[in-house]
Design a protein around this ligand. Structure first.
Ligand code: GSH
Length: 314
């Protein structure tokens, strides 16, 4: 079973091929022309973002866009209906994931690469300081490496799912659709997605896997707790993309019952401070229907003694 973060080697494949952002030696994922099968997007002008309201990576992008007051056209991809695995969307992003950016006909995948591209196009206000460009890239890669952990905890403790919503047939279609290369390289990302969902079908959201995922976040938050002892934000005295990325994670985990205030009081104060900003809040706040569902999942788990705290032993 694969419960660990993505290996560094596969993360590195995300960063090959295209142009680096200023101050960074790291490269971004832009699709090559022949990898884009839904050809009409090549004609699109301006910025178009494929996203989903409750997708954590989409939330990260939307907060960033709002902070920079960048105008963009939304394209909702309904993940609850597996729309990202549809033929048309796979022809835009062969990884079948949101967020995906189309910028004047160029297609960018991977939320952190999209942030890099946007920072290059819209440098003000600075959210990715060029003197720390590579450090920030590495910190974002570390955050991305926890994405499957977040998804696992989210599925169980926020959405209250018991297993997978992807049938073997759907996964087979997903496997066969879209370009097999991304940015000119054979892509490993889809294989990791398939193995996540196959594992979910086979083993469900088991206690042990969830415990491992929760402890990875505890370790990461412990580091942030230390950082925030001498800095206002996670990368110094001003807000950066790292704050946005971790704010989204913190919010999702708090929704799932992670005891942020008790275990990491400085991180909790930092999180609450950012949450008080209506721009940040509005991008992560669940709709009333989802909020009620999340609350009922929490109550049900607590009554059964299988809530996140009990399960993780925190
Ligand atoms: N490493 C990717 C992760 C993207 C990702 O996993 N997106 C999720 C939503 S947060 C998705 O599209 N999932 C589709 C699915 O699981 O069906 C990124 O940072 O963009």
């Amino acid at each position: 079973m694969r419960s660990g973060p993505l290996p560094r080697s596969s993360l590195r494949t995300f960063y090959r091929n295209c142009k680096p952002i200023e101050g960074s030696t790291v490269r971004m994922v832009q699709l090559l022309d022949e990898e884009i099968r839904s050809r009409e997007v090549l004609e699109w002008t301006g910025l178009h973002l494929f996203h989903y309201p409750m997708s954590s990576c989409s939330q990260k992008l939307r907060i960033y866009l709002a902070m920079k007051a960048i105008a963009w056209t939304p394209h909702m991809v309904d993940l609850s209906r597996n729309e990202s695995y549809g033929v048309w969307f796979m022809g835009v992003n062969p990884r079948g994931m949101v967020p995906t950016l189309v910028a004047d006909g160029a297609v960018y995948v991977e939320s952190n690469d999209i942030l890099a591209e946007l920072e290059r196009r819209f440098p003000e206000p600075v959210l990715w300081p060029s003197d720390k460009a590579d450090e920030i890239y590495t910190a974002l890669a570390d955050e991305d490496a926890l994405h499957h952990d977040l998804r696992r905890l989210s599925f169980r403790f926020v959405h209250g799912r018991a297993g997978t919503t992807k049938t073997p047939e759907l996964l087979a279609t997903y496997r066969d659709q879209g370009s097999t290369t991304v940015g000119g390289k054979q892509d490993t990302s889809k294989r990791l997605e398939i193995s996540f969902y196959e594992n979910l079908a086979e083993c469900g959201l088991g206690d042990e896997a969830c415990r491992v995922s929760a402890s990875r976040f505890r370790i990461a938050f412990d580091k942030h707790e230390e950082t925030l002892g001498s800095a206002h934000y996670l990368f110094g005295q001003t807000v950066t993309v790292i704050d946005i990325a971790w704010f989204v994670y913190a919010h999702r985990l708090v929704l799932g019952g992670y005891p942020l205030e008790r275990l990491h009081p400085r991180v909790d104060a930092w999180y609450r401070d950012l949450l008080a900003d209506p721009v940040w809040l509005s991008e992560v706040e669940p709709t009333p229907i989802i909020a009620r569902h999340v609350q009922s999942v929490r109550t049900r788990n607590e009554l059964a003694g299988v809530d996140l705290v009990a399960m993780a032993g925190f």
